[in-house]
Design a protein around this ligand. Structure first.
Ligand code: G3I
Length: 457
């Protein structure tokens, strides 16, 4: 992202919105007030995080603030493609591992940033295209997500893939030129590699309802309808001197699609309105029950990529700024998340009424489709319940010789080559008559083409 982007937010913070938020602040019962950002956020079932440059972890002013105030971290650069795979097939996890280890020692969760981004591609990938790049990028996703498996709360699987301006379409890049399905292929590979991580799409200039955010909204809606494994959307929120009046409404419309939302790279231009904007963004998150946390993009003003904008919550000496108090007050006044940890990966496949399972035994059918590249593929299997519905199902897929399954999502696999049997997981076995669910797998070799057999129970 270029520096000038932060000036692009033009809609003035609506006075009515600010007043409404102010009323909420006054009326909200303050059960107990957290005295740090991390404590105040945790009381509401959320995290409050910071982007970290691991080279600064040896600076005691920096780490004192980091450990006291934040319960989530994200690597500012160390988990990006150029850092983690500087040569093709040669991986370097030293910076990322250092951050994960710091987080574990200090009770912090970790956001992963970012598996695929058109910027900070290593030189070797910048020079690739077509199926060779598709293969390399899916391998990158698989390797990195596998390395950090179990350590990451949420991955930015794809970062900044939509164009600025009024088109609402994709940004041109060598990644995009491998085919429009590159984003879903990346999400499927990430799910296969680390089924426990929430998988996010992350972007900027999405701070209200606009052409870009609507393009992303339409993609997320499409992914949810087709069972592409997406769990969250990140709103970077690199902000200028105003905030869109529909900032919260925009978060809410994404949440209403059945994904979590997170503020992922918050920083705000210095000036008279800075504290107000930090507070308004925090209130917006607190007012959206699926907004699970906020990350600021750095600790002190001098740590920020925005240089003289003084865009963060602490000054260069480590003192709290008025923006800090504004955020802390908004966290303490906010509403807690009703059920922070129970979201299944794909809630859309939950049957309409789980307490009354339909009668089993009347069969099901399955079809398979695949995105392939040289040496590998990601397959999606669509399961359709017969007239009697299902209590559970299993699907047998016959693989071509020399092909093996390397990862599965939304099903459990028995075997990895020849005929592989996939069975439902707990949240997608019960299907009403005619209801459809999807699962998927990734493999080495050649994608299957035979129609699978489906057995209902
Ligand atoms: O580490 C090298 C150093 O060895 C070298 O001497 C120096 C010379 O330029 O460069 C250093 O690397 C820089 C790196 O930051 C670490 O400081 C890169 O040049 C510089 O491009 C890189 O900038 C990062 C930028 O992403 C890259 O586009 C910023 O730190 C980082 O804050 C910024 O973060 C992005 C998010 O990932 C995505 N959203 C936007 C956000 C802000 O641009």
């Amino acid at each position: 992202m270029r520096r000038k982007r932060v000036l692009l937010t033009t809609v003035t913070l609506a006075v009515t919105g600010a007043l409404t938020a102010g009323v909420l602040v006054t009326m909200a019962p303050a059960a107990s007030a957290g005295t740090t950002l991390r404590a105040a956020a945790a009381e509401k079932g959320r995290y409050f995080g910071a982007a970290v440059a691991t080279g600064k972890l040896s600076n005691s002013t920096y780490t004192t603030i980091l450990n006291r105030e934040f319960n989530s971290v994200v690597a500012e650069n160390e988990m990006k493609w150029d850092a983690t795979e500087p040569q093709q097939g040669v991986f370097n996890y030293s910076g990322g591992d250092r951050l994960v280890s710091h987080a574990r020692a200090n009770g912090m969760s970790v956001r992963g940033h970012a598996l695929l981004w058109h910027q900070q591609e290593p030189g070797w990938a910048q020079n690739m295209s077509g199926s060779a790049l598709r293969s390399a990028m899916i391998n990158h996703v698989t390797q990195v997500a596998t390395h950090f498996k179990g350590q990451i709360y949420a991955w930015d699987v794809v970062n900044e893939a939509f164009a600025d301006g009024g088109s609402g379409g994709r940004r041109d890049s060598n990644l995009q030129r491998t085919g429009n399905d590159w984003i879903e292929a990346a999400f499927r590979a990430a799910r296969a590699a680390d089924p426990g991580a929430k998988l996010c799409y992350n972007d900027y200039n999405t701070d209200g309802v606009n052409a870009k955010s609507t393009g992303i909204y339409n993609m997320v809606r499409d992914f949810k309808s087709r069972g592409v494994p997406i769990d969250c959307v990140g709103f970077q929120s690199h902000l200028g001197t105003t905030l869109a009046s529909d900032y919260q409404a925009n978060l809410q419309r994404f949440a209403d699609l059945g994904v979590d939302v997170q503020i992922t790279e918050l920083d705000v231009m210095t000036g008279g309105n800075q504290a107000n904007i930090f507070g308004a963004v925090t209130r917006a998150c607190m007012n959206v029950s699926r907004c699970t946390g906020i990350t600021v993009w750095g600790v002190r003003d001098c740590d920020s990529w925005r240089g003289s904008d003084n865009a963060l919550l602490f000054d260069c000496n480590g003192n709290k700024k008025p923006a800090y108090d504004s955020v802390l007050n908004a966290l303490n006044a906010g509403t807690g998340i009703p059920n922070p940890t129970t979201t299944p990966p794909n809630p859309t496949t939950t049957p309409p009424n789980p307490t009354t399972p339909p009668p089993g035994g009347a069969g099901c059918s399955a079809t398979v489709s695949a995105n392939s590249w040289t040496g590998g593929f990601v397959a999606t299997v669509k399961v359709t319940a017969g007239s009697g519905g299902t209590r559970g199902w299993s699907v047998s897929v016959t693989l071509p010789g020399g092909t093996s399954v390397t990862g599965t999502w939304s099903a459990t696999a028995s075997g990895s080559s020849g005929t592989v049997r996939f069975a439902n997981v707990d949240y997608n076995g019960q299907l009403a008559a005619g209801q459809v669910t999807e699962f998927g797998f990734q493999g080495n070799g050649t994608a299957p083409t035979q129609t699978p057999t489906c057995t209902a129970s």
